[in-house]
Design a protein around this ligand. Structure first.
Ligand SMILES: *[C@@H]1O[C@H](CO)[C@@H](O)[C@H](O)[C@H]1NC(C)=O
Ligand SMILES: *[C@@H]1O[C@H](CO)[C@@H](O)[C@H](O)[C@H]1NC(C)=O
Ligand SMILES: *[C@@H]1O[C@H](CO)[C@@H](O)[C@H](O)[C@H]1NC(C)=O
Length: 491
């Protein structure tokens, strides 16, 4: 037995040697291969990317190259140099990586030029009059769901996990607004949500291809159920305000995608548009519930409002906006990843030039910097609701590092060609939801001493992070919900 193992290990040696012979050349970033052949830092990276990259930053500075599962990834953590990466769309390609991810996660293959056309299609939909219509539909769906989920006149407290409460409300309302049809019933809506959560829980592992056999079964079956639910929902005619569906499906058809690919692309759109608002609202309410001074400030601002926040253009909520920005600063953690198509010299903000090697990947992680960078945001791990407010209560946009004013001081929606197309819709939906909760419900922590749950560290890299466990709350309908036409109202 032992000789066999020995022989097979010896057989592996040339392979190991092949993958470990890379050395750092002049003008290349510091190289950190890790001790495990081939895998390098893959395990630590997958377990908790934020912790791992923080450690690497302390060791090597703002730019370094690590080995992750046979690949070399150069990580850049200097926000003042991000534009040099974002502006180069020819040598630094983003389509291949996103196609690979779409295939792994959604089992869908879309030609890259189509992806751009689809993006433009969605962009058009998420602005102007169609955005207003969408937001108004979202508002009514939220009100409708609140009414169906609670019993009028009941003074009983309901217990719930806050994460599930927020995610389920925003997901179902968003689904109704963007994908819903007249035939939607409550059971089907809950089924879509339940399957979506099963799928979403395993998303990080799907993307990294690290599912166990059991998990794979769960993920694949949830995905298939979702395809089934979506395709039957999509068979009926889209209402006027869902014009995107017709245009989007038309684009797919033009590129030769059959009904199966169309359904899969729809699941991708469902995740892209509904996967972050719920988790973000959870963190926002969790921060408010554990920071009374923040809750007080938001309630005071809400009391002054003359009408409910229905549309995206409403801008008179600087306190709430600051709370939302602070929440996203601490919880939005997507990677911006590029593939280096040709050897390239990257000029960093300080004037230093580094060489990037063809075939490597380049990764920005705005969560670590600017968002959690103590030089830009003092005490970055603390929730400060007024961090994005000036002393006279306006939006604060001036932040500095080493005396330089930052162009990017928080990047929850990405930037450049990566920027999230649905961001205005997401902001409005979160605002509508939080204001609805605060005006219609009494909401409190089940355990007044409860603290914010820790994050699930395996979610770094995929948009808004999620908690490791839920936060128990109780809620009931307020006796006197706000009458928006009456000026005399106390929250
Ligand atoms: C890219 O750079 C690497 C390392 O310097 C070098 O070995 C390789 O030949 C270069 N490739 C091209 C196409 O120039
Ligand atoms: C909350 O903490 C305080 C102080 O530590 C303690 O006196 C109180 O009993 C706790 N309340 C609950 C419900 O655990
Ligand atoms: C809301 O307030 C307005 C103005 O005070 C009043 O006319 C209206 O009847 C109220 N509506 C409800 C439902 O109480």
């Amino acid at each position: 037995m032992i000789p066999i193992i020995l022989i097979s290990l010896l057989g592996l040696l040339p392979v190991v040697w092949l993958f470990s012979k890379r050395t750092r050349l002049e003008n290349e970033p510091p190289l950190d291969k890790g001790y495990i052949p081939w895998l390098g830092h893959a395990l630590e990276f997958g377990r908790d990317a934020a912790k791992f990259l923080t450690r690497m930053k302390q060791k090597h500075g703002d730019i370094f190259t690590v080995r992750v599962a046979g690949r070399y990834v150069t990580v850049l953590l200097d926000p003042n140099s991000y534009d040099a990466v974002l502006s180069d769309t020819t040598t630094l390609d983003r389509t291949r990586i996103s196609q690979m991810l779409l295939q792994r996660i959604f089992d869908v293959r879309l030609p890259s030029y189509e992806a751009e056309a689809q993006r433009r299609c969605m962009e058009r939909y998420f602005q102007g009059p169609s955005l207003s219509q969408l937001c108004s539909s979202m508002y009514h769906n939220l009100q409708f769901l609140l009414a169906t989920d609670t019993t009028p006149g009941s003074v009983e407290w309901k217990q719930s996990g806050l994460f599930n409460f927020c995610y389920s409300m925003l997901f179902r309302a968003g689904y109704l607004s963007m994908f819903g049809t007249e035939n939607n019933n409550k059971a089907e809506l809950s089924a879509v949500y339940e399957e979506f959560r099963k799928f979403d829980r395993l998303l990080g592992k799907l993307a990294r291809s690290t599912l166990t056999k059991e998990e794979k079964k769960v993920a694949v079956s949830a995905r298939e159920r979702l395809w089934g639910l979506l395709s039957s929902a999509l068979q009926s005619e889209a209402p006027e305000f869902q014009s995107w569906r017709k245009r989007y499906l038309h684009l797919l058809e033009q590129s030769g995608a059959g009904p199966e690919t169309q359904t899969r692309a729809m699941l991708m759109q469902l995740w892209l548009t509904q996967g972050n608002a719920g988790p973000a609202s959870f963190w926002l309410l969790a921060f408010l519930l554990t920071h009374p001074e923040a809750m007080k400030a938001v309630r005071e601002e809400l009391r002054e409002l003359q009408r409910p926040p229905v549309d995206a253009a409403q801008k008179h909520t600087p306190v709430f906006d600051s709370v939302l920005k602070e929440t996203l600063r601490m919880t939005s953690a997507a990677f911006v990843t590029r593939e280096v198509l040709q050897n390239k010299t990257l000029r960093l903000s300080g004037g230093r030039e580094v060489l990037l090697r063809q075939g490597d990947r380049l990764c920005l992680f705005p969560f670590l910097s600017p968002q959690m960078d103590p030089q830009i945001h003092p005490e970055p791990e603390k929730f400060k609701f007024d961090r994005f407010l000036t002393t006279d209560g306006k939006e604060k946009t001036e932040f500095y590092k080493d005396g330089r004013r930052m162009k990017y001081y928080s990047m929850p929606w990405g930037a450049g060609a990566n920027a999230c197309v649905g961001r205005h819709f997401a902001v409005t939906a979160i605002k509508q939801f939080v204001f609805m909760v605060l005006t219609h419900l009494d909401l409190e922590l089940s355990d007044p001493n409860a603290t914010i749950p820790p994050v699930n560290p395996s979610r770094y890299g995929f948009g808004v992070i999620q908690p490791d466990r839920d936060l128990e709350v109780q809620y009931r309908l307020r006796k006197l919900p706000r009458n928006w036409s009456s000026p005399a109202y106390t929250l």
